[in-house]
Ligand binder design. Sequence first.
Ligand code: NAD
Length: 355
Amino acid sequence: MERIRLGVIGAGLMGMKHIELVHACGICSLAGISDVDPSRKALADAFGVSFYRTAEELIDGEQPTGVIIATPNAQHAAIAEVCAKRSVHMLIEKPIADTLAQAMRIVDIANQSGIRVLVGHHRRHSPLIRKTRELVGGGAIGKLIGVSVLWALMKPDAYFDVEWRRQRHVGGPLLINLIHDLDSLRFICGEIKEVYARASSAVRGFDVEDSLSISIAFDNGAIGSVLASDATPAAWSYEAAVGENPLYFRTEENCYHFLGTSASLAFPRMELWRYADANRKGWQHPMERSQIAVGEADPLKVQLEHFCRVVRGEDEPVVNARDGAETLAVALAVQRSASKGIPIDPSELLTGIEG
Ligand SMILES: NC(=O)c1ccc[n+]([C@@H]2O[C@H](COP(=O)([O-])OP(=O)(O)OC[C@H]3O[C@@H](n4cnc5c(N)ncnc54)[C@H](O)[C@@H]3O)[C@@H](O)[C@H]2O)c1
């Protein structure tokens, strides 16, 4: 089968990862790279492809079947419009956009053009997350009562030398990191109907939050809590626990706990706790811990292979534009709740945009 030609728009930190993956992939090939920063041409030279300044030039010059958009969030919608006009399918990095208005613009572009859009919430392609969804959704722990998420680590001081990372509602663990965890919670536990959050910047004193707590209500009646801080020497974050990204020191600790009526599950060690005798329940009775085996795979690579099938029309996007907008709405609802001190229903934010 002929390889799918993919362009990469935005060759920064994330774009570089995509470029490497596309280059190494057996079912697609790198058609070209575009970046507004001319110094990124060196990367195109290293991979033996042409370099363009704009998305338009890349598409007109190379006629790729699909593109990966890895520019800053505020550029996603404008570039999506350029791609849709030229009938090019897109994998858009997460979050889908920086505002809900821009996110819904992308939803409309996808609906009106018929162009396929996959949003890069890549953890949904992680075998661990998929297995957890299968277990929790499939009744392996009984009816879901609740989930506890701990996201705690220390960002290095130098991280905050970049100004936008100190700005409220731009940088911060919520929009940069926790949006992944919130997306995974939607994927595993179901839709979120309300969030009630409190943010603190007491450690560093920057405008942006360094710590956050969120109380969650799911549509299905389950409840959840998230405690997050990027200012503590702690071992319990998805990044450190799972070790997908070699940048993080890997701790292999558990960071999520799912509580059900018949068992509970600790993630990512996939420890299932239940009573040894299902008829003898209560704190005095012995419990058993079993470990569920899960194969390893790089979620970004699995995501890319899925995108190729989406482009061919063989798969429906695991995260379509609407789904990406809904995850963004949850994150922005957390932000608004923390600012106003009131619970917020994420769907109301979307309804406001849809008019
Ligand atoms: N999936 C993940 O885990 C993950 C991790 C990090 C970043 N991201 C996402 O990836 C995207 C990029 O983030 P990053 O950390 O790589 O940023 P970055 O700043 O390292 O790279 C962005 C690149 O885009 C280029 N650019 C800006 N405007 C452009 C335009 N109009 N056309 C072409 N190029 C343009 C910049 O020059 C830069 O090289 C963001 O949406 C971010 O949220 C996702």
